[in-house]
Design a protein around this ligand. Structure first.
Ligand code: NA7
Length: 489
């Protein structure tokens, strides 16, 4: 086959940040033979689904933007979710990706047969492509807690990602279960604005203080006229110091950087919460950053509002009109919000993905989801994941991660396009070697230092990138083809 002899067809699953990125990059190359399947009715993924009060990204907005499409209009250092969704809407149109998206179309299964991916929608429609890209997001299947009596609650009850906007909250007694990033944002936003607010915490969280900087019209004008200012927010000395400290801290639980972070969060608790009893209730018994760090400029201030009550005594059961605690106390409630997180190990599931010779992704992932350098899987040729399992996690910009992964994927796809091979997938040995090294290193990270979190697999090993971010940048620069099997038809 001669160079550029193959005109490939691509199927991308998901029109969130990563799927739109894939569409933009394909359009840039002049590709038109692709489709992005999206189960929802709009773009933006997590930012379309999460509309709860206070929803915001805890990565600085200027870093949480495509590297090729800065946005001087961000209203704040940490942008609200609705603005982020608006940004993705805009990017979809600006780069001409919208016409390639099939909304309200959920993919049920993907099967590699006769050298191509056969994709079936929930409605039974079929499509075929040479390249399959899963851009299905990380946290979007709500995790509903298994608390006795939950179904008996007679008030309004919903998961944080299914926010009910039709309620007049000012008149309600609201309970929020869960105090990850979501629960903390909801409570900070609702405090003082509802009749009574109870925050149920199974495990208190360390709270990292952060600036509540809003950008003025002058700031925005400066960003418009001088993009270097945006660069500075993204990667100037302050950003580098923050990132460097955090990186050093997570890969080594005994590092001085983690000690520094520990000291910051402890001081935040000491200095912000006046009542010693409340302070003790809010004090975690594990190290800072063991769970995903929660950033908040005002959570401690807000929970001291007289209408807010923090309960850490443990939920016994849900009753028809409220929540019974293990110590026998009872909170009568009208609204119960489940800020209980997501099924973080789902990734592309519940889709069934069948690779070469009937290989089943679910079987390969029986213990935990894995992928060679988080992107490719043996026996699943020409299948690529953006923000797949074991990529970097922990307060980094997932956009930067996806952009680097796309750069890597492009180089593998180029092998198909040029005709050098018709199938590309990593070897089993390469994945096993990667997983062995990764698992060993992951056990030393702060995520394994003694707490429960969505980072841990069933055996308690963090499902994370355990090395410096620079190493991730390096490996994403160029695939190591010695680890790949290239099959020519
Ligand atoms: P998280 O971070 O997974 O937090 C879930 C919270 O829900 C956490 O406080 C859990 O307590 C709590 N939870 C879960 N199940 C229960 C039950 N059964 N009873 C009581 N409490 C429970 O989800 P978020 O939505 O806040 O954040 C997800 C990510 O989205 C976040 O990391 C950012 O990346 C954005 P636990 O700590 O397990 O004791």
């Amino acid at each position: 086959m001669s160079a550029s002899s193959r005109n490939l067809r691509y199927i991308i699953i998901g029109a969130g940040m990563a799927g739109i990125l894939a569409g933009i990059r394909l359009r840039e190359r002049g590709e038109e033979n692709f489709v992005i399947y999206e189960k929802g009715d709009g773009v933006g993924g997590t930012w379309r689904e999460n509309t709860y009060p206070g929803v915001a990204c805890d990565t600085p907005a200027h870093s949480y933007s495509y590297s090729f499409a800065f946005n001087p209009e961000w209203s704040a250092f940490y942008a609200p979710g609705s603005e982020i969704r608006g940004y993705f809407e805009k990017m979809t149109d600006r780069f001409g990706v919208r016409d390639f998206i099939r909304f309200n179309t959920e993919i049920a299964s993907c099967r590699f047969e006769d050298g191509r991916w056969h994709v079936t929608t929930r409605d039974g429609e079929e499509d075929v492509a040479d390249v399959l890209v899963a851009a299905t997001g990380v946290l979007h299947h709500p995790s509903i807690p298994d608390i006795p009596g939950l179904a008996d609650f007679q008030g309004k009850c919903f998961h944080s990602a299914r926010w009910d906007h039709d309620i007049d909250y000012a008149r309600q007694r609201v309970g929020v279960i869960g105090n990850g990033s979501t629960g903390v944002q909801i409570v900070a936003a609702l405090a003082g604005k509802v009749q009574r607010l109870v925050h149920f915490q199974r495990s208190p969280q360390w709270i990292m203080p952060c600036p509540d900087t809003r950008y003025s019209e002058d700031d925005k004008q400066a960003f418009r006229t001088d993009p270097q200012r945006i660069e500075d927010v993204r990667s100037g000395p302050e950003a580098q110091a923050r990132r460097g400290r955090f990186l050093a801290a997570i890969i080594d639980a005994n590092s001085p950087e983690l000690a520094e972070i520990q000291s910051i969060v402890e001081q935040n608790l000491e200095n912000s919460v006046r009542d010693p009893a409340l302070r003790e209730k809010l004090r975690p018994n594990y190290r800072a950053a063991c769970k995903r760090m929660v950033f908040s400029p005002n959570y401690y201030e807000k929970v001291q509002d007289p209408t807010v009550y923090v309960d850490t005594s443990g939920i016994e059961r849900i009753e028809s009109d409220g929540v019974r605690m293990r110590d026998g106390s009872f909170h009568p409630l009208d609204v119960l919000v489940l800020a209980t997180g997501f099924k973080a190990d789902a990734f592309v599931r519940p889709m069934t993905i069948t690779g070469r010779d009937g290989a089943d992704l679910n079987t390969l992932w029986a213990q935990h989801p894995k992928a060679y350098y988080a992107v490719t899987v043996p026996d699943f040729p020409n299948f690529f994941m953006l923000n797949g399992p074991t990529g970097p996690v922990g307060n980094f910009s997932l956009i930067d991660i996806a952009e680097r992964q796309w750069n890597y994927i492009e180089q593998l796809v180029a092998l198909l396009r040029s005709g050098r091979c018709t199938e590309v997938s990593p070897s089993h040995a390469a994945l096993e070697h990667y997983e062995a090294l990764r698992t060993e290193a992951a056990k030393k990270t702060v995520f394994a230092s003694g707490c429960s979190s969505w980072y841990l697999d069933a055996e308690g090993v963090p499902q994370v990138w355990p090395w410096p971010y620079e190493h991730f940048m390096e490996v994403m620069e160029k695939p190591n083809l010695d680890d790949y099997e290239l099959t020519a038809a």
